[in-house]
Design a protein around this ligand. Structure first.
Ligand code: PEP
Ligand code: MG
Length: 586
């Protein structure tokens, strides 16, 4: 059965969120554990393998008996009945016989044999209309998970791969991502999400293809299946035929030639045809990205999302943080690194910190609110940043501020840290700029007050759009309403730019909108000084800037002032982009 499906090509269509093509085997990350690979075993290992399985089955049996006992003493007889059903499934003779026979004949590890057999049973029940039978699907799933856990002894916290893989998952949270061995990951194929989810942002940062909204994928694919992932067309192809591979190879060659030509221009300055400089900087999530960023043509690091380092090691000491920040600073010096203080919360959940699940995490305890509420954690980070600052120029910016008072309070904590460090004999850093992110409408509306307190403003449009339009950036059901060119969003950007101008400070966009070259005319017309994008996009955005005329860009912003329709506004910008740099859209 498995052999048969291996030979058939099958295509899934999703939404492309990060460009590129990858060809490799998949690694399926399941809800709570990874699907086992079909590791071969030798005939001499068969008995030990079956004994290992028997031990896992016995442990599962005992676990279920204990659960049954517990609910029986609590007089929850309906639940006790469920555990009886689970025991029947566990002890099913035909399953046992089949597993034993397959391990002996096919010489494959028992984890993969048992798991795949149980998946077949689940597949048979999944689509049935009968509620009773559908419930049996969940029973089998539950049993399978229990047995698999016992087989492994313990859950793998950090999946490691011997060979390169494409990650397949229902959903990929930032904490999942930090646990992956990123040196072996070639792409992401995800069932849910959007272009603004952090998995998509990370894929772009790492220059890996990613496709989201591939519904039903994780249940149909098995770890080890060969696939081709196309992050340009949003397609995943299982068992690609030689003809498909050859078609992709020619396409890739053409794309590589174009990219090489573009990359040759990456160190040229980003100045419009009428002499207006728009700095193009890079966003980073991991220390290891600094080398690529240095080589990308980026002016400096416009946004370092420090929460990923935190999620890798939530208990990391001040020394550990200072060491990692210093490595980043040294790698970029004399270019500046703008570190954003922790933006934990929303979808970037630190499981250790989650005291209580929040009904609306994006409107809850997130960003600067967490830092101001957890002073020890905040001070540990600020002290580490100030220590790193003696190795090169840095910026420190505060995320998710809703008004100027939070900025003042955060600055006061920063000053306290600076005084402590100086009393302890640390060298005084002299090149620390302070910034605030503008990503909540209240912050944009009071940007003049905030601008008076800081050296720069940075528009986090990923959040600004979701909070202005009340459209969850991760929810695909309302994805069509997530409109960066909505007049409300553009007016808030214009207000922020105006506030920065009056205060004589610079203003940047570090949200994903900055990387969309269809919108570069609008952003230059709105008066942005800087655009911060993933390293792979820097050359592209710089190229677009060099083709544009700031005066003409201002005139399209003026012409859009009375337009109500986001698409019409986008079309105006797109038309200018298409005329002046059509080659970027080929
Ligand atoms: C943003 O909101 O635009 C931003 C840059 O921050 P993040 O995507 O990490 O929320
Ligand atoms: Mg944000």
């Amino acid at each position: 059965m498995i052999q048969e499906t291996l030979t058939q090509e099958k295509t899934w269509q999703g939404t492309a969120v990060s460009s590129g093509v990858a060809h490799a085997v998949v690694h399926v990350l399941k809800d709570d554990f990874d699907e086992p690979d079909a590791e071969p075993i030798s005939p001499e290992e068969v008995e030990a393998e079956l004994a290992r399985w028997q031990k896992a089955m016995d442990a599962t049996h005992q676990e279920i008996e204990e659960l049954k006992e517990m609910v029986s003493t609590e007089k929850r007889s309906a639940e006790a009945d469920i555990f009886d059903t689970h025991l029947l499934i566990l002890e099913d003779v035909s399953i046992r016989k089949h597993v034993e026979k397959t391990v002996r004949e096919k010489l494959i590890c028992v984890d993969a044999v048992y798991y795949r057999l149980m998946c077949k049973h689940m597949d048979a029940l999944r689509g049935l209309a009968d509620t009773y039978l559908r419930e049996r699907f969940l029973d089998i799933k539950d049993i399978t998970h229990r047995v698999m856990r016992h087989l492994r002894g313990e859950l793998l916290q950090h999946p490691m791969f011997d060979d390169p893989v494409i990650i397949v998952a229902h959903d990929l949270t930032p904490s999942d991502t930090v646990q992956l061995d990123r040196s072996k990951v070639l792409g992401f194929a995800i069932e849910t999400g959007s272009g603004n989810s952090h998995a998509a942002i990370i894929a772009r940062s790492l220059g890996l293809p990613a496709v989201v909204r591939l519904h039903g994928l994780a249940d149909e694919l098995h770890s080890g299946d060969p696939v081709l992932l196309d992050g340009d067309e949003g397609v995943l192809i299982l068992n690609p035929t030689p003809a498909t591979l050859s078609k992709y190879r020619s396409r890739e060659q053409l794309a590589e030639q174009r990219e090489d030509a573009l990359q040759e221009t990456r160190h040229q300055p980003s100045i419009t045809t009428d002499g207006f400089t728009v700095q193009v900087c890079a966003n980073a999530e991991f220390v290891e990205e600094m080398r690529d960023i240095r080589d990308s043509g980026a002016a400096y690091v416009g946004l370092f999302r420090t929460e990923f380092l935190h999620l890798e090691n939530p208990d990391g000491s001040e020394d550990w943080l200072a060491e990692n920040y210093t490595r980043s600073v040294k790698a970029m010096a004399p270019g500046q690194v703008i570190f954003r203080t922790l933006d934990i919360g929303g979808d970037k959940v630190d499981p250790q910190m989650e005291e209580e699940a929040e009904p609306n995490p994006f409107l809850g305890w997130r960003g600067i609110r967490v830092s101001l509420g957890k002073r020890d954690l905040f001070k540990r980070q600020l002290r580490a940043l100030l220590r790193a600052a003696s190795h090169g120029p840095i910026g420190i910016m505060f995320p998710m501020v809703s008004g100027v008072e939070e900025v003042r309070e955060a600055k006061a904590v920063l000053e306290e840290c600076a005084n402590e460090l100086s009393a302890e004999g640390y060298p005084a850093p002299d090149q620390v700029e302070i910034g605030a992110m503008i990503e909540i409408p209240s912050a944009a509306l009071t940007a003049d007050l905030i601008a008076a307190e800081v050296d720069f403003l940075s528009l986090g449009t990923n959040d600004l759009i979701q909070y202005t339009l009340a459209v969850d950036r991760l929810n695909e059901r309302v994805a069509n309403l997530y409109q960066p060119t909505h007049p409300a969003v553009l007016r808030l950007i214009a207000l922020t730019v105006e506030a920065a101008r009056r205060a004589g400070i610079r203003v940047c966009i570090c949200g994903e909108m900055a990387a969309d070259v269809e919108m570069t005319p609008l952003l230059i017309g709105l008066g942005l000084d800087e655009l911060s994008v993933s390293a792979g996009q820097v050359a592209r955005v710089k190229y677009a800037v060099r083709k544009l005329n700031a005066e003409e860009c201002r005139s399209i912003v003026e012409a859009c002032r009375h337009l109500a329709c986001p698409l019409e506004i986008l079309e105006m910008s797109r038309a200018m982009a298409g005329e002046l740099y059509p080659d970027l859209f080929e």
